[in-house]
Design a protein around this ligand. Structure first.
Ligand code: GAR
Length: 223
């Protein structure tokens, strides 16, 4: 940790894959836009590209392979121990594809964010882009929310909606949604680190005002 890092919020990022959202946070921290220092990146899968991104940015990495633990509880307990060693102000789930135990979510309640590729509460779970297409949705998008014990169910901080186009398939739609992910996740993290975004009584607040159930909403009209 450098002397510059002392006044910045320490953040631990959890990943399972490519880490494009992690990259958006690394870039935001490097440019000074985000008042955070990414203390560590932890992956539950070895050899994912997100680990390379972290190493290239000089961020300590750790692989905790969930397959080498006897139970979900044992994995989460060790993950908690490793995260807490960095004493982070915020834990960021950036494509971390694990169901979390209630002990874990309770421990980080109000200081853990997740990004989910749908306009929650629609399409919790997996394959969100295909499911939005199959349902004939006119709009789809992405939500950043506080993590609670309910899977993809915590209070929303911010949502970005994109139009669904007649020419879309799941992969085109995913790409359009991901561009918005890289806008709204850094924004939510910035707000949190600045003390503007908080979870109070199971609700999300921005600048002391209760946010609507969708969170702060951005309509991205670009195709
Ligand atoms: C992102 O699209 C994120 O929304 C999704 O995983 C992807 C990770 O991409 N998260 C979930 O589906 C969580 N339920 P990335 O590794 O390139 O950031």
């Amino acid at each position: 940790m450098s002397t510059d890092d002392v006044k910045k919020m320490q953040v631990v990022v959890l990943i399972s894959g490519s880490g494009s959202n992690l990259q958006a946070l690394i870039d935001g921290a490097a440019s000074g836009e985000l008042p955070i220092s990414i203390a560590a990146v932890i992956s539950n899968r070895p050899d994912v590209f997100g680990l390379t991104r972290a190493s290239q940015a000089g961020i300590p990495t750790l692989v905790l392979d969930h397959k080498s633990f006897a139970s979900r509880e044992a994995f989460d307990a060790e993950l908690m121990r490793q995260i807490d060693a960095y004493n982070p102000g915020l834990v960021v789930l950036a494509g971390f594809m694990r169901i979390l135990t209630p002990e874990f979510t309770q421990h980080y309640l109000g200081r853990m964010l997740n990004i989910h590729p749908s306009l929650l509460p629609k399409f919790q779970g997996l394959n969100t882009h295909q499911r939005a297409l199959d349902a004939g949705e006119k709009h789809h998008g992405v939500t950043v929310h506080f993590v609670t014990a309910e899977l993809d169910g915590g209070p929303a901080a911010i949502q970005a909606a994109v139009p669904v186009l007649p020419t879309d398939d799941a992969s085109l739609l995913a790409k359009r949604v991901q561009r918005q992910e890289h806008v709204i996740y850094p924004l939510a993290v910035k707000w949190f680190a600045e003390g503007k975004l908080r979870m109070v009584d199971s609700k999300a607040e921005l600048n002391g005002e209760l946010l609507p159930a969708s969170g702060y909403r951005i309509e991205a009209n670009e195709p």
